[in-house]
Structures are given as C-alpha cells and as structure tokens.
Design a protein around this ligand. Sequence first.
Ligand SMILES: [Zn+2]
Length: 290
Amino acid sequence: MSAGSAVTIDVDGVGHYHAIHGLPAPRGDDPIWRAGVPRVLELCAAQGVRATLFIVTADLSHAHARALVRRAHDDGHEIASHSHAHRYDLSTLAPALIEEDLRRSIEAIVELTGERPRGFRAPGYTLSPALVDAIARLGFAYDSSVMEAPMYWVARALARAGLRARGRASASQLGDPRQFLPGYAPPGLVELPISGALGWPWLGTTLTMLPLPVGALSTALARASARANPVVLELHAIDLCDHTDGFDAALVRAQPDVAVPLARKRRRLEAAIASLSRGCRPLAEWAERP
Ligand SMILES: [Zn+2]
C-alpha cells in the first residue's frame, strides 16, 4: 500500500531545455515562467493540491519569477531547491563549488520566503557521493533525485549518442545507472524517489505524450509500486506550455512534447492529480514521518 502521494514540479527555465538539446541560448522572455508557472499554480489551486516546487534560484533575479514563487509559497506550496544555477555537471564539480551553489540556492529561498528549503532535487537527477555529502551537510531534510526508472537512463544514453552523431553536445550528464534502480537510496540521506512504472518514470511527459490508456496504466502502476514511499508525480512547468507560447522553432522540433496542445496536457494532468488529491501533501511533510 502506498503511504500517500505528492505532486512535484521542476521549474526549469527554457534555457535549460536549449542546453539539453545542444541549441543556442534562447532570446526574449521565458515562456515557461510567463505562461507555464502561472498555469501550474492555477491547476494546483483548482485541484486543491499543495505541491512541491523545485526552483532554480538563479531565476529569482527576475521580478516576475520572484512574485510567482512568493505567491506559490503564500498558497501553501513547498519551495524546494533545484540548485542555484542548474548546472548539469553540478555532481562532478569540486566539493567547494558544489557547496557554493547549494548555499546560494538556500540563501535565495530564505531571502524570498523567510524559510529554509527542506528538499533538494539535482539538475538532471544526477547525484554523486560529493553532491550527496553536500546535500546532507547543508541541512536539507530530504533529497528527491532518485528515479525508479532504468529505462530513463537508457533513453538518456541513446539521446546523448544521437546528438553526438549529429555533431551537437548535450549539457546533460549520463549519471550513475544504479540511481535508476528500484530501492536505491543514497547513503546518509532521506530519499523520496520519483515513482516509476514498468521501468519508466511517472512524468508529465509520459501522461501527455503517450496514448491515454498507457498514461492511465502508468498512473496505476506508479501508485502500486510506491510501497513504503509516497507516490511521487514528477511534472515540469513546461508541461503546461505548448508551441503557441513562443518557443523557438528549433526547440519545438527537438522537444516533441511542446507540440502537444495545451488543452490535452491539462486534461491528462488534471486526471492524474485528481487520482492523487486525497492524501497529497508536499514532500517535506512526508520527509518528517516518524
Ligand atoms: Zn531540472
């Protein structure tokens, strides 16, 4: 039996998607912050769900982002850290540089909300012993970077190889495959993993891209497989954007889920969240279970 549930949203700005696909940096304002984040907050409010938002705190230099994150905090959502700069190679940096990034992230969230973030999710879900050590040492109550989804690791390896074959380089790291096996927990940390189903992560893109019965099946399997941990749905703010929101054409080609119409995405995500909403709490509250 699952212990409960949580909806998590990684608020990755559009520049990070350009970096994954080896595209030049985007110009103009960020459609994810302009359109995606307000829609995420509206969806959660309509479903009566308090979620966990993983914020890349470098984005808080923009007044619009600050206002939205403050509003999310006031609405009762948990504001957690998705690092300061969302460097995909964060886990490979020298310990002092890792610590500096995490400290900046903590300070930015304290400054905006008055509260220390309790949770951390690594950029690209990539942990290393040095990063795990820094997360624990800086006093986070939990980490949520592990994914019970070995097929995600395989898909990422194939995507990186495909880009290399076309002469482009992805900023994403391949990472340690053990981190994608069910039951893996980094030593010394409370880990609240992202749920998986049949080897794939329970992601917004699974729900919105695949045929409806597959999405519904993934919801059922993710719920069944969560066992002692809460069932954790992993969304991104880009999940509530589509190609009409002003993305570069090159990104829409590289990231096919952007082309899925917003209305369909909203319907699918509403259904998945509605299946959870009883017993759905921010991750920080699950981390505090005795
Ligand atoms: Zn991210």
